[in-house]
Ligand binder design. Structure first.
Ligand code: FES
Length: 157
């Protein structure tokens, strides 16, 4: 199988049942980022827990108006960062966050950067207070202000 076909198959597999999709109730942090070029947006919620005297990521979830690659990367990235401290998660770049999917084609690298950006936004100090959740507009509200064309991907009930 050629590399592009292989990439498509890995993305297809990952989006068949994306992990950690949807809002995270009781999240400690939330971050949203948009890509001005493609118009895609991604929001990530993060919840921490104490483990062995360290504050680590208990769970991360996401919601997106994004392409399939962004969904696939967010799915694997939210699994990869579980159990890491904020500092350890912040040390991961787009290529590490998307590593389980294999190398991304150059035109898809920005999709992993969208995930990285949402993670950085969520973990920036001003987004960590829980009060931020109440202040943040929903992803749908934010998206509607920018573009009414795409459909939000929600978890299946
Ligand atoms: Fe924009 Fe993938 S095409 S995030």
């Amino acid at each position: 199988m050629s590399a592009p076909e292989d990439f498509s198959r890995r993305i297809e597999e990952a989006i068949k049942s994306p992990k950690n999709l949807g809002e995270l109730e009781g999240a400690d942090a939330v971050g949203t980022v948009g890509n001005a070029d493609c118009g895609d947006m991604l929001r990530m919620w993060i919840k921490f827990k104490q483990e062995n005297g360290k504050r680590v990521i208990d769970r991360a979830t996401f919601q997106t108006f994004g392409c399939e690659t962004a969904i696939a990367v967010a799915s694997v990235a939210t699994e990869l960062i579980a159990g890491k401290t904020a500092e350890e998660a912040l040390a991961m770049g787009g290529s590490e966050l998307s590593a389980p999917l294999g190398p991304l084609p150059p035109v898809k690298i920005h999709c992993a950067q969208l995930v990285e950006g949402a993670l950085r936004s969520a973990l920036s100090p001003e987004n960590i207070p829980p009060s931020n959740q109440a202040l943040a507009p929903t992803l749908l509200q934010q998206f509607q202000e920018q573009s009414p064309k795409k459909i939000i991907l929600e978890p299946s009930k």
